[in-house]
Design a protein around this ligand. Sequence first.
Ligand code: ADP
Length: 513
Amino acid sequence: MTAPSLFGTVLRLHKSRVLTAALRGHGLRFASFVHQEGYIGGQWVPAASGKLFPVTNPANGEVVGSVADMGEEETQAAIDAAHTAFQTWHKTTAKERSGLLRQWYNLVEEHKEDLARLMVLESGKPLVEARGEISYGSAFLEWYSEEARRIYGEVVQSPVTSKEMVFIRRPIGVASMITPWNFPNAMITRKAGAALAAGCTCVVKPAEDTPFSALALAELAEKAGIPPGVVNVVTASRGNTPAVGNLMCSSPKVAGVFFTGSTGVGKLLYNQCAQGVKRIGLELGGNAPFIVFNSASVKDAVAGLMVAKFRNAGQTCISANRVLVQEGVHDQFLAALKEAVEQQTVVGDGMKDGVTVGPLINAAQLKRVEKIVQETVACGAQVVMGGSVHSAGECFFQPTILTGVTEDMRAFKEEIFGPVIPIKKFETEEEALKTANATQHGLASYFYSQDVSQVWRVARSLEAGMTGINEGLISAAEVAFGGIKESGIGREGSKHGIDDYTYIKYLCFGGIN
Ligand code: ADP
């Protein structure tokens, strides 16, 4: 509890309505962040229908609060607001936009603790990880406040003396953003930071499980002085989401759609964008291999896997999903991993001190993970530890290790999104690469080796947008995050994250004597 409450302790009436027992239990400090209305054109607005939908804490099933269940009408209003705001926002200087992004960053940093606690309540992730995500999320605002001023053009060598030829970069316009629940803050800042830096405006539709973090970010954007309509947030229940999403893709006023989420929904959005030939950025599911070669430091590999697997209870698109261990170190690795999991994982409510593995986001995800494990075991895999639901609550799963897993088993075929480590023993580097690349996904990959030739060979050959080499934690604002194959299109973060929000405009100056 370090940061003071944002705007003192005075609550505006409409906000006090959403202070449920769950929120009050953690102090009135949340009051200034908690909105149940959407944020459109600089106003906090309810759903046209007046309907709300509940948001529950996956750790205990308690209702955290309710938010506006918006539909097409409000989405259209948000798109209109973003479109109107764009007409002036794109004329601002990069320096002005940089200053506003920096101010937004400062406010997020200032209120890190409140934002992190709010995130724990709706996402279930351990507090220490929620704090980490706020830092990671704010880093994109900071980074893009800096990058805003480094969007350059080009002067090319004209083939004729009567012409000069120049490329400038222009913002594409209104950007629709649909974001997931596993990183309720950072998946918004990673997109909105780049968009605003480029001179775009945005309409954000957060996941129905975690809208409060998005609305809190909007509150801070408003306080940072970001003009009305530049950032808009539309909240919708799962039922209203398809119609909202469709409009966010099909509206002629929308220039591009940027999505982080499942491959299935990503493909749907890609299709919906085809008709209007929209710019698209997709960051979809992965099925990351994690390879441990005989030459690896087993200790480092175990430490890397603990991070790459158990962060957010395995619910990240870059989680290690298929663990391949070379026969020379297999048994040693397995013993060390088992010891690490036993000693380092503490399952429970993310708000409790010392907890490292929170609940899965909802009961449906828990059932999915349970089924994956059951089917994998039914096909012949062995349970080394865990293997079933955890007694901590309805959405908790035991940290699990399975061995003897093969490519045809479900735990290897699909993204698990849970605290489950399936392991396969392999003999040769060639075999490991063949297995690792035998997927339609290509987001993250990891491997451990101390053999420098092998490091380069494998780094070149792994079919993935990102590879951690002797490292399990690869994300940062400074790096280009994204996948190949069905894992996505485009890159977020780094200087390249701005590319999708701009287009190259060619200017031809003629008649030069
Ligand atoms: P998960 O299944 O893990 O919740 P999703 O891909 O379904 O992952 O969710 C990511 C985001 O996509 C969320 O904001 C969700 O509301 C949104 N979403 C889900 N279905 C659709 C859809 N048909 N159109 C637009 N957005 C959708």
